[in-house]
Design a binder for this molecule. Structure first.
Ligand code: KG4
Ligand code: ZN
Length: 339
């Protein structure tokens, strides 16, 4: 089975073709970063309009690349949520419409399911069950994954998601959008011993996350400093260390609580080097293993949607002739997709 995947939930247009036998055949991504940079964040209406402009040419590009004609596609997967509703609608209408015109099934994919299954696109992929740390611009979650669609959320963010905290802290330090990668780069120049930031919610039991206090702590530290370039780098370093340490503490707890020894780290913040190294070390100490998608599939992409859609279509699922777009959508509401 060969599935065309479409991702338009936020500020990246992603398209990919996944084949059950030969794996990922082609993928293409268009990032709107430049478009939103001058506003310091994603402008939803501009995002929707740009998806309208870019999606069909990107689909053409992927199909040209593999040299298949349309009739050889067996299904279309599109991100139906969570995300920006206008942006989601572009991918949903296009995906549903193409599937109808080609006479193939369509499947609505949960964006976070795409992220958490993304490591399965890699040669060494985890078997079920595994724990998933989902860390993106909109989510910080620990999920117990027993199979496709069998998700139990063990911990969630109670305020800012971790990527959002990275972006806001970067902004208050005067870094350009998107702040996460810029802050991580600056942290490399920071002195690790200068500031010590709190590790939020680690002094009580549970697996929930709270990162908004760290952002305020960074702001107060910045205001109290001489605001030199070195101060900026030292604060970036302390912030990143606090975030990474907090997530490592929660992951260790989740391993102890569930006895599950495989950890998947996915979502945009999963591209963070310090986090990747720290969690690899932690899982080695625990006698387990950590699995990551390649960095380009940590951030939003079409390949993860094509793959998640493939798994669901394989299990016999599909959508009726209606368009589904859900700005809010819990992972726990998904139906299992056993094959
Ligand atoms: O998964 P993603 O591409 O989009 C959402 O679904 O949100 O994640 C984007 C988030 C942004 O907040 C971005 O700043 C953050 O991931 N991010 C990073 C890094 N690369 C991307 N944060 C920290 N370090 C990075 N290297
Ligand atoms: Zn995402």
């Amino acid at each position: 089975m060969r599935v065309l995947g479409i991702e338009t939930s936020c500020d990246e247009t992603g398209v990919a073709l996944y084949d059950g036998e030969s794996g990922l055949m082609a993928h293409a991504l268009y990032s709107q970063v430049q478009l939103h940079a001058r506003y310091g964040g994603v402008v939803p209406e501009l995002a929707s309009r740009d998806h309208v402009r870019k999606l069909l040419p990107l689909i053409d590009k992927v199909l040209d690349e593999v040299g298949v004609d349309n009739r050889r596609i067996d299904g279309v997967a599109y991100t139906a949520g969570p995300g920006l509703v206008g942006a989601l609608l572009v991918g949903a209408m296009t995906g549903r419409g193409l599937a109808w015109s080609w006479g193939v099934p369509a499947i609505a994919v949960h964006h976070m399911e795409g992220h958490l299954l993304a490591p399965m696109l890699e040669p060494e992929s985890p078997g079920f069950p595994f724990l998933a740390l989902l860390v993106s611009g909109g989510h910080s979650m620990l999920v117990e994954v027993e199979g496709v669609g069998r998700y139990q959320v063990l911990g969630d963010s109670i305020d800012d998601a971790v990527g959002e905290a990275f972006d806001k802290t970067a902004k208050l330090l005067g870094l350009s959008y998107p702040g996460g990668p810029a802050l991580a780069k600056l942290a490399l120049e920071g002195d690790p011993g200068r500031f010590s930031f709190p590790r939020p919610m680690t002094d009580r039991p549970g697996l929930d996350f709270s990162f908004s206090g760290l952002k305020t702590f960074a702001l107060n530290t910045w205001r109290a400093s001489a605001q030199t370039d070195q101060d900026r780098a030292d604060i970036a370093r302390a912030f990143e260390e606090a975030v990474v340490d907090t997530m490592a503490i929660k992951c260790r707890r989740a391993v102890a609580q569930t006895g599950i020894m495989s950890l998947v780290v996915a979502g945009g913040v999963g591209a963070n080097r310090a986090l990747r190294e720290r969690l690899a070390r932690l899982m080695e100490q625990e006698g387990g293993r950590v699995y990551y998608p390649r960095p380009e599939f940590c951030t939003d992409n079409g390949a993860m949607i094509a793959y998640a859609g493939y798994r669901r279509l394989q299990a016999g699922q599909s959508e009726p002739l209606s368009v589904k777009a859900m700005p809010r959508w819990s992972l726990e509401e998904l139906a299992p997709a056993d094959t």
